[in-house]
Ligand binder design. Structure first.
Ligand code: PXG
Length: 288
């Protein structure tokens, strides 16, 4: 496997960062997870824009331009003969001294990994997924903006671990006001009386690229959307519920907090969203 590492493609064994890298020491850095479908990189520009915004928010200078980065992503996929897979783009703060100051870190590390992806099993899509709300709250947006896709995922990891401990694959995280933020690695949508509801980023949600794609599909299907604060109650009584994410795409939820959603089967409109999403990933990608 070839890894893009600071400007060149190197063997996996040679792609190493220093133990003094602040990405390792403090989770100081940003990343993106991108899908490759049939030789097309899905929403590459959108991912690179979000990466730039994340970097700007944490005052990390992008080591190369967006055009160079786009080319490096494609080159990494080509070097690994990959046609379908998952691309992980990581920029760490770089090597520095022991201490929180970013000023000792002179050169960020840029890493691009292109690999195959372990997908959710087909039954999750056919039968739907059961989820719960976990006690671990989403970190306050005033402490760390949820829109920054940083290397600091401990908050989400703790929530995911809680879910797994209870036998679930995903979980709803609430913010410190008790409103729904998102799931541990996915955004959430509820359909109620024909209106699609999803929490705003101010409630603690990442501005997911799949979330944006679903908002575009909703406009195409003429489904009204409201980005509003949502409570657990909104998910308990809704007609359909689904999650969105780069790895998960669109996953129907059939039970939340032991309450069945609708008739306990994947929702009709949810499946329509999934179908349209599967179509656009092939139409809207950047060819390698
Ligand atoms: N919320 C959070 C907190 C995420 O990390 C999403 C929503 C969905 O966003 P996109 O842009 O992918 O539609 C994410 C991204 C994993 C994993 O292994 C998932 C993400 C990130 C890192 C790892 O499941 N999802």
């Amino acid at each position: 496997m070839k890894i893009f590492f600071n400007g060149s493609l190197v063997d996996r064994a040679d792609a190493k960062v220093s133990v003094f890298d602040h990405g390792l020491l403090y989770g100081d850095g940003v990343f993106e997870g991108i899908r490759l479908y049939d030789g097309c990189v899905f929403k590459l520009e959108e991912h690179l824009e979000r990466l730039e915004y994340s970097a700007k928010a944490i005052m990390l200078k992008m080591p190369i331009s967006r055009k160079e980065l786009a080319e490096a992503v494609c080159a990494t996929c080509r070097a690994n003969n990959l046609k379908n897979g998952y691309i992980r783009l990581v920029i760490t703060r770089g090597e520095g001294s022991l201490g929180l100051s970013i000023h000792s870190c002179k050169q960020p590390n840029l890493i691009i990994i292109a690999d195959t992806i372990q997908l959710y099993p087909a039954e999750f899509y056919e039968q739907g997924l059961k989820i719960i709300t976990v006690p671990t709250r989403r970190i306050n947006p005033a402490a760390l903006p949820p829109t920054v896709k940083s290397l600091n995922y401990l908050n989400n990891i703790l929530a995911k671990t809680e879910a797994q401990h209870l036998g679930y694959h995903e979980a709803i995280m609430l913010n410190d006001q008790g409103y729904i933020a998102e799931c541990t690695g996915d955004n959430i949508f509820a359909l109620h009386k024909g209106v699609l509801l999803t929490p705003p980023s101010s409630a603690g949600a990442l501005k997911g690229i799949t979330r944006d794609a679903v908002l575009e599909i909703a406009a195409e299907l003429k489904v009204p959307v409201r980005e509003v604060n949502m409570t657990r109650y909104d998910t308990w009584i809704c007609d359909e519920l689904f999650l969105t994410g780069t790895a998960a795409e669109v996953v129907p939820i059939v039970e939340v907090d032991a309450r069945p959603i609708g008739n306990g089967k994947p929702g009709e409109l949810t499946l329509r969203f999934l179908e349209v999403f599967k179509r656009i990933v092939r139409e809207q990608g950047t060819m390698l």
